[in-house]
Design a protein around this ligand. Structure first.
Ligand code: CA
Ligand code: CA
Ligand code: CA
Length: 203
C-alpha cells in the first residue's frame, strides 16, 4: 500500500520506480491508464425524503395522456387493520374508516416504498404514527342517575348535603365539567359548587 505522500513523490517520466512502504523498498510498475466502467447495481433503497418531479405536457393533449411515471411505488406494510390506505404513486395516506378517539387514540402504520429496479427490487419501511384528535362528542355522564339526601331541619348553613360527580369520555376542555342547579331551587336554599359538584345547604 502506498500513501498519498509516496505517490506524490514518484517521478512521472519513469515507467518503473521505487516506492517506500513502511518497512521495505519494493519496485512499483506504473500501470497503464485503465478505464473502469461502473455498472449500476440496485443497492440504494428508495428514500422517503420528499422528492419532487417535473413533467411537461402539450396543451390540448387527450385525456389519458401519460404525464410521468413515478418510479417509487408506495404500499402499506401495516394498515392498522384496514383503517388506512395509501395511493401507490403519490404516497398520500387516506382514511378508510371512521375513527373514534375514545376507542383508540392513535394508530401505527408502516409505509413501504419500493423501487422498480431490475432484477432486484428494493424497498424501505417507515413507521407513521397517526394521532387522533378529540372532538366534543361525549356529554357528561353522572356516576349515579339519582341521588337522595336527607338533612335535619336545623342543619347549619354550609353543611354539605351531598356531592355529585359527572365525567365525559373526552379530554381537555371537552371533558371539563361545570355544575349548576337547573330546577327545584326556586327559593335559593341550595347551592352547588360549579367545579366540585359539592352541594352545601345555603340558607
Ligand atoms: Ca368519539
Ligand atoms: Ca365532552
Ligand atoms: Ca371525543
Amino acid at each position: 500500500m502506498l500513501t498519498q505522500e509516496c505517490l506524490a513523490r514518484l517521478p512521472t517520466h519513469s515507467s518503473t520506480t521505487w516506492a517506500r512502504t513502511s518497512l521495505v523498498w519494493t519496485p512499483m510498475v506504473r500501470s497503464p491508464p485503465w478505464r473502469i466502467k461502473v455498472l449500476d447495481l440496485n443497492d440504494n433503497k428508495p428514500a422517503f425524503e420528499s422528492n419532487s418531479y417535473e413533467a411537461t405536457v402539450m396543451e390540448g393533449m387527450p385525456i389519458g395522456t401519460m404525464i410521468i411515471q413515478v418510479q417509487v411505488v408506495y404500499s402499506l406494510a401495516n394498515s392498522a387493520g384496514g383503517f388506512f390506505s395509501i395511493d401507490k404513486s403519490s404516497g398520500i395516506v387516506v382514511l378508510e374508516r371512521i375513527l373514534d378517539r375514545e376507542q383508540k387514540p392513535s394508530y401505527m402504520i408502516t409505509v413501504r416504498a419500493s423501487d422498480q429496479g431490475s432484477p432486484v427490487r428494493l424497498s424501505s419501511l417507515v413507521n407513521v404514527t397517526v394521532t387522533v384528535l378529540d372532538i366534543n362528542d361525549n356529554p357528561p355522564v353522572f356516576e349515579r342517575r339519582d341521588h337522595l339526601a336527607t338533612v335535619p331541619e336545623d342543619v347549619a348553613l354550609g353543611t354539605e348535603v351531598l356531592s355529585v360527580y359527572a365525567a365525559s369520555k373526552d379530554i381537555g376542555t371537552n371533558a371539563e365539567i361545570t355544575y349548576s342547579i337547573r330546577s327545584g331551587n326556586e327559593h335559593g336554599k341550595f347551592h352547588i359548587h360549579p367545579v366540585t359538584g359539592e352541594f352545601p345547604y345555603a340558607e
